[in-house]
Design a protein around this ligand. Structure first.
Ligand code: COA
Length: 421
């Protein structure tokens, strides 16, 4: 059934902030969220009085399992001085803060609130990697999938295998995504991996020389990426550099009603499209080469905004694994099914190409603190739309942008479209 979806009133973004993404052993989630909020305050051009914030919606996948801390939303509210305003945690796996954004949007669009803070938080690196993997796996179907041995790299490896089989993509197609996103991440001071793959190669060579070990002689980045020692297989065909890392981080977004947006900034960004959908668990899907929830969420967002994929100037998409970016660019309609891998091979998704994707470095290079990733995408959208992305600024006017945030294997997907007027 098709239904026209629209917002009750206009909603704008008036400020954004994020902590650095990475591994921060000495810092708690609340410290990272304070960093994100402090940065946000600095981006509100005409100033923000925290007393004006009426509610907090915060995305978090699993502080319970990662940190043994439940009920995190009121703690975050307390640490930035919002108590006693309502603070609500949203959990939709890796789409948690994309969905929190949608909940904040609905709250402002409904007229209930005029000023809402949306956040995203996750602290993953306190656990050993085996426990991180087990914790992430609970975002799959623990009745049918996890007992069969699936992990998250395993899920996306199954998608990659199906995609390669159907469309003739190769491991090199996947590697091109990693190369591009590391190129972008190298220009993002907040990124966990702030290095191009060529720079990582040089530092590995220098380390080997320093330790008196044989210095590897890779002829090219592709040779490095094919080296089983330098880039080990994680779940065939996905290698280390096809995976997003394990990360800590936080991000924040200030939403205000359109009517008051210019009290905060002369350059608000408007959220003109929003879509969200769900899907069955991966084992129960007829087709592993697409994520149908993302197609539905994208269609809803385009319809609400009255624009098409070809109108979008930049997009941050959910590249938890390299194959996920390729599939996302097809699900969102940037390319036809089976053409996403060709597009990345031809450089169409670089900063200078016609469809810049993941100029922030994406989850691959910027980092993937799962509950914070959706909100983190909006920080890049803000920078690109306002021409504040520095060296990674795309060489065109950005009037329309899109963010795409996926939970688990795509049981949840949420898409937003932003406009600069
Ligand atoms: N990409 C590139 N390099 C990575 C990396 C990644 N994703 N993860 C770690 N590294 C590097 C480290 O910087 C380190 O480099 P160094 O030896 O030069 O210092 C080296 O690899 C080992 O790091 P370590 O932290 O010990 O790696 P690990 O084996 O514990 O973890 C993965 C590697 C791939 C298993 C882990 O990153 C992972 O599980 N990723 C997927 C996360 C995920 O599923 N998220 C949810 C998606 S829906």
């Amino acid at each position: 059934m098709s239904k026209e979806r629209k917002l009750g009133r206009g909603v704008a973004i008036a400020g954004v902030g994020m902590s650095k993404f990475g591994a921060f052993p000495g810092q708690a989630t609340r410290d990272l969220f304070v960093d994100a909020f402090q940065e946000l305050r600095g981006t509100v051009d005409k100033g923000l009085d925290p007393d004006d914030i009426e509610a907090l919606y915060i995305g978090n996948y699993s502080s319970d399992l990662f940190e043994k801390q439940g009920h995190t939303a009121p703690i975050m509210a307390d640490w930035i001085g919002l108590t006693p305003r309502p603070a609500t945690r949203i959990e939709d796996a890796c789409a948690s803060s994309g969905v929190a954004l949608r909940q904040g949007l609905i709250a402002v669009a409904s007229g209930l609130y005029d000023v809402v803070l949306v956040g995203g938080i996750e602290k993953m690196t306190d656990l050993p990697i085996a426990e991180v993997t087990d914790t992430l796996a609970t975002a799959g179907d623990v009745l049918f999938e996890i007992p069969a041995g699936f992990t998250f790299p395993g899920f996306y490896a199954a998608m990659a295998t199906a995609y390669m089989d159907r469309y003739g993509a190769t491991p090199e197609s996947l590697m091109r995504v990693g190369l591009k996103n590391h190129d972008n991440g190298a220009l993002n001071p907040k990124a966990q991996f702030g290095s191009r793959i060529s720079a990582i190669m040089e530092s590995k060579k220098a380390r080997a020389a320093q330790k008196g070990r044989p210095v590897p002689e890779w002829e090219s980045e592709m040779a490095f990426l094919h080296d089983d020692r330098a880039n080990p297989m994680i779940a065939w065909p996905l290698r280390l550099f096809d995976c997003s890392p394990v990360s800590d981080g936080a991000a924040a977004i200030l939403l205000v009603s359109e009517a008051i947006a210019r009290n905060f900034t002369d350059e608000p960004l408007y959220i003109i499209g929003s879509g969200q959908a769900s899907d069955r668990a991966l084992h129960d899907r007829p087709d592993l080469t697409t994520i149908s929830s993302a197609r539905v969420a994208g269609r809803q967002a385009y319809e609400m905004a009255g624009v098409t994929a070809q109108d979008i100037d930049v997009a941050e998409v959910h590249d938890c694994f390299t194959i996920a970016e390729i599939i996302a660019t097809e699900d969102l309609g940037f390319f036809e099914p089976g053409q996403g891998h060709v597009a990345v091979e031809e450089g169409l998704t670089t900063r200078h190409g016609p469809h810049p994707i993941n100029t922030s470095g994406g989850l691959k290079a910027k980092g993937h603190p799962v509950g914070a990733s959706g909100a983190g995408q909006v920080v890049e959208v803000w920078k690109q739309m306002r021409g504040e992305a520095g060296e990674r600024q795309v060489p065109k006017d950005v009037e329309l942008a899109l963010s795409h945030n996926v939970g688990g294997t795509g049981q949840t997907a949420v898409v937003h479209i932003y406009e600069r007027r």
